[in-house]
Ligand binder design. Structure first.
Ligand SMILES: CC(C)(COP(=O)(O)OP(=O)(O)OC[C@H]1O[C@@H](n2cnc3c(N)ncnc32)[C@H](O)[C@@H]1OP(=O)(O)O)[C@@H](O)C(=O)NCCC(=O)NCCS
Length: 164
């Protein structure tokens, strides 16, 4: 599959190419992980492992990674997978989504999710799922406006010396 979609302002959604796109996609991971997982330090080791994961995903037919390209520059991406769960033999899972800061709020996140819906449905998925951080209100709004509903809570209790 070559270009998936093209619009008038030279934006296109196309398949991720590990050889040519990985460095820019890796550069997105600093914001994604350090924002969504406060305290997470994206270091060289993290980036090396992530690079291997991207390479493996690009070769796996149960994974799909698209990049959003504007004027030849990669400005966004989405990584999606097909999974089976305890109750569903085939569900879509959005592993990662990113739109460059200067392009946010223009509907590109929504467009990436629509491409995921298309791929999930055409591969037999009965639903789409993802995980989001409560603190990432922008992402949560995006998902809700795209039709996602909250179905589970992950709860945490913090320990501190004062509790002793
Ligand atoms: C989350 C992210 C992908 C959204 O991309 P985007 O291109 O800005 O999203 P869209 O323009 O398609 O916006 C769709 C919805 O997002 C929300 N949104 C967009 N801009 C927003 C803003 N400035 N403030 C709050 N919510 C906003 C709105 O709900 C919007 O729907 P609406 O226009 O109907 O109100 C982008 O902010 C991003 O890459 N963030 C950093 C990476 C990240 O945290 N990824 C999520 C990991 S779980």
């Amino acid at each position: 599959m070559a270009a998936v979609k093209k619009d008038t302002d030279s934006l296109q959604l196309r398949r991720f190419n590990w050889r040519t796109d990985r460095l820019v996609v890796l550069s997105f991971q600093y914001e994604i992980y350090q924002t969504n997982f406060p305290g997470c330090k994206v270091d060289d080791h993290f980036i090396e492992e992530y690079s291997v994961n991207l390479r493996d995903a690009a070769r796996n037919s149960n994974e799909n990674l698209l990049v959003l390209e504007k004027d030849g520059e990669v400005e966004g991406f989405i990584w999606m997978s097909l999974l089976s769960t305890l109750v569903d033999p085939c569900v879509g899972y959005v592993k990662n989504i990113y739109v460059a800061p200067q392009l946010r709020g223009k509907g590109h996140g929504r467009r990436l999710l629509a491409a995921a819906d298309e791929w999930f449905r055409s591969n037999g998925a009965t639903k789409a799922t993802l995980d989001a951080s409560v603190g990432n209100q922008r992402a949560v709004s995006l998902y809700q406006h795209a039709g996602y509903e909250i179905t589970r809570y992950r709860m945490e209790k913090r320990y501190s010396d004062a509790d002793d």
